[in-house]
Design a protein around this ligand. Structure first.
Ligand SMILES: [Zn+2]
Length: 288
């Protein structure tokens, strides 16, 4: 078992985030930012990963697969894992009921099967949020793991259902499920810090780029020194991290990680397989 594992993940939203999240279906310049992700950002990242021979997990909405089939096919053909990121890039809470949500994920699964020849095992919510039905749906659809939540930083854990968050009574944690969560963080992501979105006053996108990469490096170093068998999951977007000179900064971060003994780069699915095989521990939730 390595001392530390790094999972580099890419949410390949392309134009879907502009159409379905930011409502810009009639705004060609906004849409072109997503096209940039498919045309320019994605190949740069594939080249970077090829150069260093390190795995990656690509979460791809069905919308991106149907819109840019050649580029998504290239991601698969070059050896990178493709997992589910919904079909439309919407917050699951906005679906009109369980059936509507489930049918979109079924379409997304079918898209991925067409590209890879197998069902995806992992799910990342497009909004990094669940509806009241999402967990039940992904269980029923046979997913083994999720990477959307933030209940830990560097340790995987089991998602829980039947939790309750009433206004005036204590929070109830609910019951453990078989779905393994490999957690993410808004602070180990590129979009909030580096992507300007005109309509969203919270997304200025003008963070000091060096500071963002320094933060990721410092977090990785802290995990390496303090967490046994920690998993450092970085969530990025080709249309954001693919912009210059960010791929070079990402490469510098990768090279820094590679200087540490016992660091391994892995796909998220590989990490989950190791958990299922008993080679890795999950976080032991206390107080249940
Ligand atoms: Zn996304």
């Amino acid at each position: 078992m390595p001392n530390a594992t790094v999972c580099l993940t890419y949410d390949f939203d392309a134009v879907s985030v502009w159409i379905h999240t930011f409502g810009a279906s009639n705004a060609p310049t906004q849409l072109s930012r997503g096209i940039y992700g498919a045309w320019v950002g994605a190949p740069r990242l594939l080249d970077l990963h090829d150069k260093h021979d390190i795995p990656a997990t690509w979460f791809v909405p069905g919308h991106t697969i149907e819109s840019f089939p050649d580029r998504v096919g290239e991601v698969h053909d070059r050896g990178y894992d493709i997992q589910c990121h919904g079909w439309r890039h919407v917050n699951p809470a906005t679906f009109d009921g369980k059936e509507a949500e489930q049918s979109e994920y079924e379409r997304a699964i079918s898209n991925i099967e067409d590209v890879t020849g197998r069902k995806p095992t992992g799910f990342r919510s497009p909004a990094w949020e669940f509806s009241e039905h999402t967990l039940e749906i992904i269980e029923e659809l046979g997913f083994e793991w999720d990477s959307s939540q933030m209940g830990n930083d560097f340790a995987p854990y089991h998602l829980r259902k039947n939790w309750k968050a009433p206004d005036s009574d204590p929070f109830e944690l609910g019951d453990s499920t078989d779905i393994i969560e490999v957690p993410i963080s808004w602070k180990r992501a590129d979009f909030p810090a580096l992507m300007f979105v005109w309509e969203q006053s919270i997304l200025w996108g003008y963070a000091n780029e060096r500071a963002v990469f320094d933060l990721w490096k410092t977090q990785f170093d802290w995990m390496y020194e303090n967490v046994e068998d920690g998993i450092f999951t970085l969530a990025m977007h080709p249309q954001v991290i693919g912009q210059p000179p960010r791929t070079r900064r990402l490469e510098e971060l990768i090279q820094h990680m590679q200087t540490k003994p016992g660091v391994e780069f892995a796909g998220v699915d590989t990490v989950v397989t190791e958990i299922r095989d008993g080679e890795r521990e999950v976080f032991d939730v206390m107080g249940t």
